[in-house]
Design a protein around this ligand. Structure first.
Ligand SMILES: Nc1ncnc2c1ncn2[C@@H]1O[C@H](COP(=O)(O)OP(=O)(O)OP(=O)(O)O)[C@@H](O)[C@H]1O
Length: 461
C-alpha cells in the first residue's frame, strides 16, 4: 500500500520571529511544517505525528536540544534531526554527530544553508522511510521533477553547505572529483539554488569537442570565419547570459581557448571567432574536472592564472568508496527509479547484497553503482536482490582484498553443505531464464563455454 503521508518537518526554537522566518523560507508544495517553542511540546508532537525531520535549537527549555535528540533517536529512529546553534564548538558538533544528529548548522549561515540541507535531508528521510517499510516501496517519489542528490555521509552534507553558500554569489566554482562522483549534479544544484535559476544552465564538455570547434562553440562565430561557418552563430557564453555555464572536463581545454576564457573571467568580455567586436556576458561559470589541475599547471598544460581565476571556490566530491554509508541509500534510490521507469514491480536490496555493494571499490563511482543496479534489475528473479544478483564489473584496478571481500560475502549466503553447487546452479538457471532460455547467450554473459556452463547447470543441459 502506498504511504499517502506528506513529508513533515518540525521546527523547534524559542524565538518566534525565527520560527516565522524559517516557515516562510522552507515553505514548499506538499511539505507540512509544524512549529514548537520548547522541547517538551516537541517531544509530544513527535510521539503523536510521524515527523521526517526535526530542526531544533540546541538551547531549549525545559531540556536542551541534545536531550531532545536522544529522545528522538530512542523513539523515532528514522526521524532525522538537525541541530542549530549560535556558534557550535567542535566538541558540540562531534557530540551531536555521535548522538546521531544529521547535521549541526550555525544560525548565521541558515539563510544560505538551510534550504539545500533540508531538501537533501527530506529526500534522505523519504529514502529511509521507503527502505524501512518495504510495503511502501512501490510508491512514486514526490517532487518528481526536482533534482535529487542522495547521500547521508558527512562529506556530502558538507558539499551541500558549500553549494548553499556559493549558489547566491556569482563566484566561479571548480568542482573536482573522480569520474562519476556527481560533479555535473552539483553544478545543476548550484544553478538551481541560485538567483539565476529562471535562466539557462548550459553545459559543454570541453574534452568531447575537437579543439578547433570548441572555441566557436563557446564564443560563437561570424559568417565565413572558417570553412563551414555558413552563418553567424551565437556561442554558449551568449546563450548562457544571465544564467550558468557548466564547463565539464575543463582540464582538457586547449591553450588557445584557455586564453579567451581567462579574459571572460577577468572582465566578462570576449569576441566571436572571426570578429574584433567585443561582446559582454554575465554567465556564471561552474567548471569541473577529474584531473588534478594543480598538477596540470605544474606540467605546463593548464594556465596558472586561469587556474586561480576558476578556483575561487572548490567543491571536492569524494569518491564513493570513501562514503560507504551512502551506498545502500543510493542503491535503493536507483532501484526505485529504474523499476518505476520500466513499469516493473519494486525490487528491494537485501542486507547481504547491501554489504557486497559496500565492500566494492567503485572505480566508476556513482555512475557504476547506477549501472550495476540497472543490470541487477534486468537480471533479478525476485523482488529482493541477493548477492548473487549483483554482478560487479571486474575493474582492472580492483584489489585482491576487495575481490576477497566479494567472494566472502557470496560464501556467507551459502547453505553449509554442498553450497557451491547450489549457488552456481542458481546463478546459471537465472541467467538462462533472463536470456529467454538461450543457453549460448547465458554462458556468454559469464564468458564461459557452453560445456563449462552446462556443468554449472549441473544437469548436463
Ligand atoms: N549523490 C547522488 N545522488 C543521486 N544520483 C547521483 C549522485 N551522484 C551521482 N549521481 C548520478 O550518477 C551519474 C554520474 O554523475 P555525474 O554525471 O554528475 O558525475 P560526474 O562526476 O560529472 O562524471 P564525469 O566526470 O564522468 O563527467 C549521474 O547519472 C548522476 O545522476
Amino acid at each position: 500500500m502506498a504511504d499517502p503521508r506528506e513529508p513533515t518537518l518540525l521546527l523547534v526554537d524559542p524565538d518566534h520571529d525565527y520560527l516565522k522566518w524559517a516557515t516562510k523560507h522552507l515553505a514548499a508544495d506538499g511539505l507540512r511544517i509544524l512549529r514548537c517553542d520548547d522541547a517538551d511540546k516537541a517531544a509530544k508532537v513527535i510521539e503523536k505525528a510521524e515527523v521526517d525531520l526535526v530542526i531544533a535549537d540546541i538551547q531549549l527549555q525545559p531540556f536542551d536540544g541534545m536531550a531532545l535528540l536522544q529522545r528522538i533517536r530512542a523513539t523515532a529512529p528514522t526521524t532525522l534531526v538537525i541541530l542549530t546553534t549560535g556558534f557550535p564548538s567542535t566538541g558540540q558538533v562531534i557530540e551531536a554527530t555521535q548522538q546521531g544528529a544529521h547535521d549541526v548548522l550555525r544560525k548565521e549561515s541558515l539563510p544560505f544553508e538551510l534550504r539545500p540541507v533540508v531538501e537533501n535531508a527530506l529526500q534522505t528521510a523519504e529514502a529511509l522511510r521507503v527502505a524501512d517499510k518495504p510495503e511502501t516501496a512501490a510508491e512514486m517519489p514526490r517532487n518528481e521533477g526536482r533534482l535529487k542528490i542522495i547521500g547521508v555521509s558527512r562529506v556530502l552534507q558538507d558539499v551541500f553547505k558549500v553549494v548553499g553558500r556559493v549558489a547566491k554569489s556569482d563566484a566561479p566554482v571548480l568542482v573536482t572529483g573522480e569520474s562519476g562522483t556527481g560533479k555535473e549534479l552539483v553544478a545543476k544544484a548550484i544553478h538551481e539554488y541560485s538567483p539565476r535559476r529562471q535562466k539557462e544552465l548550459l553545459a559543454i564538455n570541453c574534452g568531447a569537442i575537437p579543439d578547433n570547434l570548441l572555441e566557436s562553440e563557446l564564443f560563437g562565430h561570424e559568417k565565413g570565419s572558417f570553412t563551414g561557418a555558413i552563418a553567424r552563430r551565437a556561442g554558449r557564453f551568449e546563450q548562457a547570459d544571465g544564467g550558468t555555464l557548466f564547463l565539464d572536463e575543463i582540464g582538457d581545454m586547449p591553450p588557445s581557448v584557455q586564453v579567451k576564457l581567462l579574459r571572460v573571467l577577468q572582465d566578462g568580455t570576449f569576441s566571436r571567432v572571426g570578429s574584433n567586436e567585443t561582446q559582454t556576458t554575465d554567465a556564471r561559470i561552474v567548471a569541473a574536472t577529474n584531473k588534478n589541475l594543480a598538477e596540470e599547471v605544474t606540467a605546463g598544460r593548464f594556465r596558472e592564472d586561469l587556474y586561480y581565476r576558476l578556483n575561487v571556490v572548490e567543491v571536492k566530491l569524494p569518491p564513493l568508496r570513501e562514503r560507504p554509508e551512502d551506498i545502500p541509500l543510493l542503491a535503493e534510490f536507483f532501484l526505485r527509479r529504474i523499476t518505476r521507469k520500466n513499469g516493473m514491480a519494486h525490487i528491494r536490496l537485501s542486507a547481504e547484497a547491501g554489504a557486497v555493494l559496500q565492500s566494492h571499490r567503485w572505480p566508476g563511482n556513482v555512475r557504476e553503482l547506477e549501472n550495476t543496479m540497472a543490470r541487477a534489475c534486468a537480471l533479478a528473479g525476485s523482488n529482493v536482490l541477493l548477492p548473487a544478483d549483483i554482478m560487479l564489473a571486474t575493474a582492472p584496478g580492483a584489489s585482491e582484498e576487495s575481490i576477497d571481500q566479494h567472494v566472502n560475502a557470496l560464501l556467507d549466503c551459502l547453505p553449509s553443505e554442498n553450497g557451491g553447487d547450489w549457488l552456481l546452479e542458481r546463478i546459471a538457471t537465472r541467467l538462462v531464464e533472463r536470456q529467454d532460455g538461450d543457453l549460448g547467450a547465458a554462458s556468454g554473459v559469464l564468458g564461459l563455454s557452453a560445456s563449462q556452463f552446462r556443468k554449472w547447470l549441473g544437469n548436463g543441459g
